[in-house]
Design a protein around this ligand. Structure first.
Ligand SMILES: Nc1ncnc2c1ncn2[C@@H]1O[C@H](COP(=O)(O)OP(=O)(O)OP(=O)(O)O)[C@@H](O)[C@H]1O
Length: 484
């Protein structure tokens, strides 16, 4: 949707708000269980647009993001240069190499160090001085997940609040209830020596006393509930908001309701309110949205590091059918467990079958399967990362977007194909590009069980202009030696 049609769609919706709310209440089936729709602070049933994890693509994105947050223990390393586009190019560009340079309150600095942050991350070096500058500056920041964005705006909000003013000063929007809680946790940890700064969550189920203005300085929530709190129930005075943070803009705009609700909240805020928007990706649609909600922005971008096959040795093993693929894998097992390995299957069924067979053979494997909840998936990945299991069997869908840095070996039990049955080079690169990171050696082994899969190997070789050598069982020991 173009930038203009955003505004038009919001206008149309705003014009019809009064009657649509009435209509909505009339239309709601009184017999519908409240749990399905959720209830607002007065016990009314909320519009469905605020139900965040309902299946489909947007919730997949939100789940992936949550999963990444749950499993992440440290910063994602990125050696690219940060690109900065200043609103006023003539003003000096400040970047900091230490947290001290930011002149934070000592209690806040203590909180930052307590989290184990010794120095600002690459994106924080530039974003923090901009966010803390006087007069306030607007910012759009994009960098991949794990590079320190949440920590950056949490610090900015904690530093921004004047605890002597007992009203809400910062609003922070997240795409889902769970993601809102994650942000709050970071703020609570970082602000643990600043108990005078308070926060609450504008999420489904958090009932507030009716008609009483909130005193909490920071409110983090999903767009529907936040909009209600600002406009319908007036427990937040939007005119007193001086910092507005929009996190995960790419996930947000994937949900039509969230996007429009965010724009409506934005329209309630005073012109001088500082607007900060964060996103992991930056397609045109995100940009169109960002321009709507962040006027005159400074822009910071940290491009994702390119995945490369330069440090990865690629092999294939010829097998006649599935069973032979399985025994080749068992032969490889010694090599697999020396380091850590991920095995990719085409379908969930194959992945479950394979994990079951390997377990029957007495091997210890973890299975990352689509049937698991986000928390269970996070647990599986966590066990794998800490080395409790050395081998992770998964499908492509399950592992998309997850970075597990220490993987040395990737096995394509099934080669990735696109809709036409040709080699899916991008997925191949993404799967095996996770090995051999940061100059380490990586290995990829492809199981070839048909003429078609041999043809896929040839296509991949041509595409990347890299040869993939045949590995016969006799070379397995040699491979084990290489990996260890
Ligand atoms: N300056 C820092 N030094 C060390 N670790 C940091 C620093 N800043 C953030 N981290 C840690 O790095 C990890 C990623 O940070 P953060 O969640 O802020 O990134 P993000 O870009 O917001 O990612 P996502 O969008 O997935 O939340 C977290 O574990 C966080 O505690």
């Amino acid at each position: 949707m173009s930038g203009d049609s955003w505004a038009v769609s919001v206008d149309v919706q705003e014009a019809s708000t009064a009657c649509s709310q009435l209509d909505f209440l009339k239309k709601v089936d009184p017999c519908l269980p409240a749990g399905i729709r959720g209830t607002d602070i007065n016990g009314n049933i909320e519009p469905q647009t605020d139900v965040s994890l309902g299946g489909g693509a947007p919730s997949d994105l939100a789940e992936q993001s949550l999963l990444n947050k749950l499993i992440r223990r440290s910063l994602v390393r990125n050696r690219n240069q940060v690109e900065v586009l200043q609103r006023d190019p003539s003003s000096p560009l400040f970047s900091v190499k230490t947290f001290e340079e930011l002149r934070l309150k000592p209690e806040l600095l203590r909180g930052v160090y307590c989290l184990g942050f010794n120095r600002p991350s690459r994106i924080q070096e530039n974003a923090l001085p901009m966010m803390l500058a006087q007069p306030p500056q607007n910012l759009i920041a994009q960098s991949q997940s794990g590079t320190g964005k949440t920590a950056a705006f949490s610090l900015a909000m904690l530093s921004h609040v004047n605890p002597e003013n007992h009203w809400t000063q910062c609003l922070c929007i997240a795409p889902t209830y769970e993601l809102a809680l994650q942000i709050g946790q970071v703020m609570e940890q970082m602000g643990k020596f600043c108990p005078e700064v308070t926060l609450t969550y504008a999420v489904r189920g958090n009932r507030m006393e009716r008609g009483v203005r909130l005193q909490q300085h920071v409110v983090i929530g999903t767009p529907g509930t936040l909009l209600d709190w600002c406009s319908k129930y007036r427990i937040i005075d939007p005119k007193l908001i001086s910092m507005f943070v929009l996190d995960e803009a790419d996930v947000m705009i994937a949900t039509q309701g969230h996007r429009d609700q965010s724009i409506r909240i934005h329209r309630l805020l005073p012109k001088e309110c500082q607007m900060l928007l964060f996103s992991a990706t930056f397609e045109d649609s995100v940009w169109g949205f960002a321009e709507k909600v962040v006027p005159d922005p400074n822009i910071i971008r940290l491009r994702r590091e390119e995945e490369t096959l330069d440090t990865i040795k690629q092999f294939y093993i010829l097998c006649s059918e599935e069973e032979e693929k399985f025994s080749a894998l068992c032969d490889l097992y010694g090599g697999l467990t020396v380091a850590q390995a991920m095995i990719f299957c085409r379908t969930r069924n194959t992945a479950s079958w394979l994990a079951g067979r390997l377990t029957e053979e007495g091997h210890q494997v973890a299975l990352l399967s689509g049937e698991l909840t986000v928390e269970q998936r996070a647990d599986v990945i966590q066990r794998f990362r800490t080395g409790k299991e050395k081998v992770l069997v998964t499908t492509n869908v399950c592992s998309r977007g997850i970075d597990v840095e220490q993987v040395t070996l990737v096995v394509n039990f099934d080669l990735p194909v696109d809709m036409e049955g040709n080699a899916d080079n991008e997925t191949y690169l993404h799967r095996i590009g996770r090995t051999g990171r940061f100059g380490r050696r990586g290995f990829a082994v492809n199981m070839v069980d048909s003429d078609h899969s041999m043809e896929l190997i040839r296509q991949i070789e041509r595409h990347f202009n890299r040869s993939i050598s045949r590995l016969d069982p006799g070379s397995l020991q040699e491979m084990e030696r290489l990996i260890s």
